[in-house]
Design a protein around this ligand. Sequence first.
Ligand SMILES: [Zn+2]
Length: 144
Amino acid sequence: MSGSCNFCKIVSGENPASIVYEDDNVLAFMDLHPANVGHTLVIPKEHWETIYDISEKVLSNLFAVVKRISVAVKKAVGAEGVSILQFNGRVAGQSVMHFHVHVIPRFRGDVMSKLMGAMLGPTGFEKAERKDLDKIARKIRRNL
Ligand SMILES: [Zn+2]
């Protein structure tokens, strides 16, 4: 628990939230600034800041819940797809420094389409050279 953390305050009940799921380790609630209707956040109840420091056990347990929430959100709002987003560090877009996973229902032509297309779509970036991909893959493997 971190004293000034808004998500810890949701866990403790000090701050209000629209809860969709809770167990001993995980809490899921509606994002206050939804990208689409049904945008849900899934968090560990323990205060972990980023994917770098979160325990693998907590994370795997949390992602099992992310799966279940994704299915439920998709059904609940009749979404055509679901985007799972998770940010680490302010430079990456993390605004609350308590590990969280965004479950965002998606609809054809929604406001996120352009953003996501530029970020992750096959046409958003130039195709890389195989030798460059092999080189960086080797570098990442050395850091595992
Ligand atoms: Zn926290």
